[in-house]
Ligand binder design. Structure first.
Ligand code: PMP
Length: 359
């Protein structure tokens, strides 16, 4: 089988070894005579997988004891609601640093729950992220929310906003695990799994225990972080198969140099691709300020939408898929998450050179 060079934004490429392990283990998990999908979420076999996934997350991100890992459902979109439901009490306000489409969605959802304030500019052209000095944050806010990487716009924070005593909440859906981070700086981190963590169907939340405990209780039990924290994310049936695959993916991340190794490879990939764009400024143009360029979602434009469509279909013929930009903005987007090898990026850059010559 020729493996597709998959540049999809999510669900996205996964490490081949993680898939092959699932294939090997699928019908008979660990000699139990049944698949992991068929095991009870309360049984020993699944419990082992569940706890292994959680401990791999803790280990890879060096999560301190002050924080707890939760594996939830409903996607990052559900977190847009759960964050304010839990952390925004009546009479308080929360700050949202909005730098693109996903931050805007998070802000709009929070507005349905309580009082929120938007900072930043979701529509900036070129796309950018505000500097710390541009942020006039409310020192008495319940929390500050930001999107560390805007998957559609291709703009990424390359610093962690300083918020003093106000808890920092980050949507890291499209850049979690791309490099080591200092988790102690965050009140809460959330991420849909379907980019760097595994398949869709499971959402990672890493939250400070005191914030979980002091969360609002006048909301339905299923939406309280404390409910899931109290039951090790086994309050109700979790997405067992997705979590099993997360375990497989993280095991590979650990075996291939952890997050330090990941960062090195990711920087190399992003550099190669942006160099390919910058080498032909008359033809390829990245609509993102240089210091906010994403290491995960590389977006660029060709001179016309017609050429962009041609580019996507010619690339597809060479085995490269998922390069069409998000339907709301068009253009080209190459998502080069953890599981995308440098060879695919080199093939894409070569293709860009050839396409430019032929155009
Ligand atoms: N936030 C970001 C940054 C995203 O990229 C996405 C999905 N692409 C979401 C939130 C929404 O995630 P989900 O589909 O898991 O709800």
């Amino acid at each position: 089988m020729a493996r597709a060079m998959n540049f999809n934004a999510g669900p996205a490429a996964l490490p081949l070894e993680a898939l092959e392990r699932a294939q090997r283990e699928l019908v008979d998990f660990a000699g139990t005579g049944m698949s992991i999908i068929e095991h009870s979420h309360r049984g020993k076999a699944y419990e082992g997988v569940h706890n292994e996934a959680i401990s791999l997350i803790k280990e890879l991100l060096s999560i301190p004891d002050t924080h707890q890992v939760l594996l939830l459902q409903g996607g990052a979109s559900q977190q847009f609601a759960m964050v304010p439901m839990n952390l925004l009490p009546q009479g308080k306000s929360a700050d949202y640093i909005v730098t693109g489409a996903w931050g805007k969605k998070a802000f709009q959802e929070a507005k349905t729950v309580g009082t929120v304030r938007a900072l930043g500019d979701a529509e900036a052209k070129p796309a950018r992220v505000p500097k710390q000095s541009e942020l006039s944050l409310d020192g008495s806010a319940a929390y500050v929310h930001y999107t560390s990487n805007e998957t559609i716009g291709g703009n990424q924070f390359h610093y962690v906003p300083e918020t003093g005593k106000v808890p920092l909440v980050a949507d890291m859906s499209s850049d979690i695990l791309w490099k080591p981070i200092d988790v102690s700086k965050f009140g809460l981190i959330y991420a849909g799994a379907q980019k760097n963590i595994g398949p869709s169907g499971v959402t990672l939340v890493i939250a400070r225990k005191d914030l979980i405990e002091s969360g609002r209780t006048d909301i339905p039990k299923i939406f309280r972080y404390s409910t899931h924290a109290g039951d090790n994310s086994l309050y109700n049936t979790p997405s067992t198969f997705a979590i099993y695959l997360v375990r497989n993916v993280l095991d590979i991340v650990k075996a291939t140099g952890g997050l330090a190794g990941m960062e090195k490879r990711n920087r190399e990939k992003a550099q190669a691709l942006y160099d390919g764009i910058d080498a032909r400024p008359d033809f390829y143009r990245c609509p993102v300020e240089r210091d906010a360029r994403s290491t995960m979602n590389v977006v660029f434009n060709l001179p016309t939408p017609e050429l962009e469509a041609e580019f996507v279909s010619a690339a597809q013929k060479q085995g490269m898929v998922g390069l069409k930009g998000h339907r709301s903005v068009g253009g080209i987007r190459a998502s080069i998450y953890n599981a995308v090898p440098i060879e695919w990026v080199r093939a894409l850059v070569q293709f860009m050179n050839d396409f430019h010559k032929g155009a």
